[in-house]
Design a protein around this ligand. Structure first.
Ligand SMILES: *[C@@H]1O[C@H](CO)[C@@H](O)[C@H](O)[C@H]1NC(C)=O
Ligand SMILES: *[C@@H]1O[C@H](CO)[C@@H](O)[C@H](O)[C@H]1NC(C)=O
Ligand SMILES: *[C@@H]1O[C@H](CO)[C@@H](O)[C@H](O)[C@H]1NC(C)=O
Ligand SMILES: *[C@@H]1O[C@H](CO)[C@@H](O)[C@H](O)[C@H]1NC(C)=O
Ligand SMILES: *[C@@H]1O[C@H](CO)[C@@H](O)[C@H](O)[C@H]1NC(C)=O
Length: 362
């Protein structure tokens, strides 16, 4: 009895820490450049280091959302982003590319190779798996009107999700949430309900800038975001909704009443990023511009460095994570060293928790 009463408070502390959900913040990262050249490990590492080093960043951008497990130009070799993420302790929302295909076997082969090759170094960094990206949007009326390309319907996505669940059974990824990323409009479309029933989470892509049927001046961006976010939340029922893509371009054509300027990128950041970072999982669009399909420029980072295209500081009282990286003399390379020092520091913590857990397990 004495043993229990002395140990219990410690156990309570440990389980409270374990139960605390981590909130992720990061950027999206395509598999290739605008030129269609594949990104290689060093390209991904440069991105992940720049994301952590961004000047006046609210909190640390230490996560990435990927669109595919397959290295571009190969059949089913794991994407080199995995090794880059391991090297930089970057957490990952994995993506399985589902459009324009009748099979995801190469995606699954690449995923299994990565689990076999890297083991827990890889699986510990995996937050969740998204089966598809905007596939149902591409098939929708607006997707077709915008020439968004080949999509996949709800039946296909549901069957691919089930295939992924089967494929990860008994592997280090078995406990990871499996979901789908799509536009808010695809989630709000009741024809796609079966996918909501099937997923563990909904990834929502939402850009007031592209909502050109509404009066989408920057002044209305927050109201539009909230309305469409709310519609997604109601469709989701009690399932979590993560913000998988949002942003406002600093350069590019006008879209309805929306104009692309650095001032508007900053205004959008102040209303949306500063409101959700640290409270909801957010993968902002984007650290750098590599999407060959669009003219708009969204890059928060200048040339994949710590320097930013607009001021990332969130106003005091916004509730965003504390501002970091305020020393402007630091570039990506010196921040890399800081990153290493931070890794050493947190390893100490991990070690301490491991020792405590071991003591109490025994
Ligand atoms: C709703 O979703 C279905 C199935 O994905 C699609 O065929 C339809 O075009 C969508 N509706 C609109 C208005 O886009
Ligand atoms: C865009 O702004 C103009 C001028 O204020 C307004 O007349 C128009 O209705 C707006 N567009 C939309 C789609 O609301
Ligand atoms: C969205 O939902 C929240 C919570 O229900 C509500 O407070 C807010 O007014 C809604 N916003 C819009 C624009 O509908
Ligand atoms: C950056 O943005 C913050 C919050 O909006 C503001 O308080 C600050 O003055 C800005 N800094 C510069 C250099 O413009
Ligand atoms: C990696 O980052 C996580 C989250 O910040 C941290 O808890 C963990 O200790 C880090 N891992 C290492 C090996 O430093």
């Amino acid at each position: 009895m004495v043993f229990v009463s002395r140990v219990l408070p410690f156990l309570v502390v440990i389980s409270a820490v374990a139960a605390q959900e981590r909130v992720y913040q990061g950027f999206n990262s395509g598999a290739f450049f605008s030129s269609n050249k594949p990104k290689v490990q060093s390209d991904f590492e440069d991105e992940f280091n720049a994301a952590r080093a961004l000047h006046f960043s609210p909190g640390t951008f230490s996560s990435v959302r990927l669109y595919t497990n397959v290295q571009t130009g190969t059949t089913n070799t794991p994407i080199e982003a995995f090794q880059a993420a391991i090297n930089t302790n970057t957490s990952m929302l994995l993506g399985i590319w589902c459009s324009g295909t009748t099979t995801i076997s190469n995606e699954l082969a690449a995923l299994k190779s990565a689990v076999d090759k890297f083991g827990t170094k890889f699986t510990d960094l995996v937050i969740a798996i998204s089966v598809g990206s905007e596939d149902m949007y591409r098939l929708s009326e607006s997707g077709i009107e915008n020439n968004a390309g080949i999509g996949a319907g709800p039946d296909t996505i549901v069957s691919f999700i089930r295939e992924v669940r089967t494929a990860i059974e008994g592997t280090g990824l078995a406990s990871k949430p499996v979901g789908h990323v799509d536009s808010w409009s695809a989630w709000a479309n009741s024809s796609n309900e079966a996918v909501i029933e099937e997923v563990d989470f909904l990834g929502m892509d939402l850009y007031p800038y592209y909502e050109k049927d509404q009066d989408n001046r920057i002044e209305n961006a927050e109201a539009i975001f909230e309305d469409l976010h709310n519609r997604t939340l109601s469709a989701a029922g009690n399932k979590p909704v993560w913000i998988t893509e949002t942003g406002w371009p600093f350069d590019g054509p006008t879209s309805g009443n929306a104009t692309a300027t650095p001032e508007n990128s900053k205004a959008y950041w102040d209303t949306i990023a500063c409101k959700y970072l640290g409270r909801t999982n957010v993968w902002w669009y984007n650290l750098r511009d590599t999407n060959p399909a669009i003219e708009e420029k969204f890059a928060v980072s200048k040339a994949v460095s710590a320097e930013t295209t607009f001021n990332l500081t969130c106003a005091a009282g916004s509730g965003a994570p504390a501002t970091i990286n305020t020393d402007l003399s630091k570039g990506v390379s010196s921040d890399k060293k800081d990153g290493a020092a931070q890794l050493m520091g947190s390893m100490g913590m991990v070690g301490l928790v491991a020792v405590l857990s071991a003591v109490f397990m025994l």
